[in-house]
Design a binder for this molecule. Sequence first.
Ligand code: GTP
Ligand code: MG
Length: 320
Amino acid sequence: MTSLASCCFGEQDPQTKTIDKKWRKEKQNLRRQVKILLLGSGESGKSTFIKQMVIIHGPGEFTADEVRSYRAQIYQNIISAMRVLLDARQKLGFQWERPERANNIESITRFTIVDLMRGISHETFAEVAPIVRDLWKDKAIRKTYDQRNLFQISESCVYFFEHINRVAMPDYYPTNRDILLCRKATKTITEHTFEIQKVIMEDRRTNRLVEARAVFETIVNNRAFSGVSIILFMNKSDLLQEKVPKSDIRQFFADFNGDQYSIRDVQFFLVDKFEKSRKDRTQPFFYHFTTAIDTENIRRVFEDCREAILEQNLKTLMMQ
Ligand SMILES: Nc1nc2c(ncn2[C@@H]2O[C@H](COP(=O)(O)OP(=O)(O)OP(=O)(O)O)[C@@H](O)[C@H]2O)c(=O)[nH]1
Ligand SMILES: [Mg+2]
């Protein structure tokens, strides 16, 4: 676009030139700006993706206030997870490997949901950390964890149980990895410089994949999103990789007819399920297998997405 000054008055004065240059740059920036709306079922990794944006495209690290708040949240994550395991062990009726450990459970179960929501101080956490560490050693707790498909638990708890000595130190300062693995449910719709995320109420009785597909189906077929580039992130690929050799997908999807031990077969079967739920198949379909806690993976995926979106926007522009 030419400036008003140059078309009306011929030669530009320096000030107009500067404004003109600034305007062109602004416009270029706007063209490059991509807005992302992250939608997905609860605990699918939306906030984790945003944390990666802070690391990759933002300041690179979290503010001291954020880190402090994550520290308290990590204490909470650890105690809550052990509470869940203790409760599930009892319900499953697994016998303690060392019965004397049963004497210690009260120091964990005494924490009410309200206590946990209010926040755990370092002193309190330091007191219970050795007990958590010891309980995590018991075969009954490990066996309970192996049955986690029967109850709700964040799989990040294993990482924190294994790093509990470091977390319990008085000068503990969460690393980026700790922050990426820390779990805090988002209760609001939040707009960031990078994107908008939305929470959809979870239905805890449904298999998570079935739930995720239902969310996708609603979004992809919604008229509000027609003409918008939709990219499917099949997140938690690392966990799928761990699970495929141990469990049988045919238990959940009877129509699976590939090799149940092949990660690729399982991944593509699942993508296909999502793909087929699209009513309008004329729009291109992009998908990525992601691991939101892995910064390098998200850096690469984000670049690919940006290029794909820009390319598609360009095509749309040329068709207009
Ligand atoms: N192993 C693994 N854990 C992940 C991955 N993505 C997210 N997580 C963990 O899963 C938990 C939930 O992730 P969040 O990012 O809080 O999920 P969310 O979609 O924002 O959930 P809501 O806010 O409840 O809607 C966190 O503890 C993350 O560390 C992944 O790719 N692999
Ligand atoms: Mg969230």
